[in-house]
Ligand binder design. Structure first.
Ligand code: ADP
Ligand code: MG
Length: 261
């Protein structure tokens, strides 16, 4: 976060903000081109870095050419460009889903339309790719991000920027989850058990996109990126317990309980 150059662009409205976000995503994916290619060469055909860098560069160009853009038009333009520029599995998945979900932004960008956009995008990727969580695909990053975003806004009533930060954090853990599991969809699935131990390229690029959306949103609101706690509250941290003063009290209690039996 914050390690990439900022897009200097005056933002007059939601459409301009989306264009700025797309430009920022394009820069990031260009910077990550070799990284993504490396990931795809381990379990695929080594084209994901080029696919994403080229596709998003063209998409940023097309979005930048729009006259007085609105969010829906920008999203659809980016999606169509990705569909025509990027072949393989990821072009239709990223691009087609973006075209479809873009319609949710017809009334501009609000917490409500952003949730609808995210849900529709996820549903479309699931529909087109027929992958589920645990198949070692982009779904493993996307689904936890979308679920966390929706819950943060609708149930927890968090500000949209914090919800996006939580969603990005969830995606990061989803990317880590792709490493110890076996691919069941896409090219990597041809490797069978040899896909275990590798990080999924599409989940990784999905995380990069979210990170840049988060940075753009923070810039636009002129707020720092919220610091969300990544530690899971459901898994007790033994090391943390060791260093706490309550340790002795806890073990005394345990001893007493045992003694009473
Ligand atoms: P290709 O696999 O055609 O070479 P890319 O290398 O650009 O396309 O993209 C590969 C990524 O696409 C994978 O890392 C995975 O995240 C994603 N992917 C592949 N198949 C599916 C699918 N059926 N559903 C969801 N995502 C998929
Ligand atoms: Mg590939």
């Amino acid at each position: 976060a914050g390690r990439h150059s900022r897009v200097e662009r005056p933002m007059s409205g939601d459409g301009e903000a989306v264009v700025a976000a797309v430009e920022r995503v394009a820069e990031r994916l260009e910077a990550e081109r070799d990284h993504l290619t490396q990931l795809d060469s381990a379990i695929g055909d080594a084209d994901h870095g080029g696919n994403m860098a080229r596709g998003w560069a063209k998409a940023a160009e097309a979005a930048g050419d729009l006259d007085d853009p609105d969010p829906e038009t920008v999203a659809k333009t980016v999606g169509k460009t990705l569909m025509s520029e990027v072949g393989g599995a990821s072009g239709p998945l990223f691009g087609g889903s973006l075209v479809f979900a873009g319609a949710e932004l017809a009334d501009g960008i609000s917490a409500e339309t952003a949730v609808a956009f995210a849900e529709t995008y996820l549903a479309k990727v699931e529909d087109r790719g027929d992958a589920r969580v645990g198949d070692q695909t982009m779904i493993d990053a996307l689904l936890p991000a979308v679920h966390t975003f929706k819950k943060s806004i609708e149930t927890d009533d968090r500000p949209p920027l914090e919800a996006l930060a939580r969603a990005t954090d969830a995606a990061e853990r989803g990317v880590a989850f792709t490493v110890p599991i076996r691919a069941r969809k896409g090219r990597a699935s041809y490797l069978g058990w040899r896909s275990v131990g590798h990080q999924d390229p599409g989940a990784t690029s999905t995380l990069f996109i979210l990170e840049e959306l988060l940075e753009t949103a923070a810039d636009r609101l002129d707020e720092p990126v919220p610091d969300v706690d990544a530690t899971s509250p459901t898994i007790p941290d033994e090391d943390a317990n060791e260093s706490e003063d309550t340790k002795d009290a806890d073990s005394d209690e345990a001893t007493t309980a045992e003694g009473e039996e």
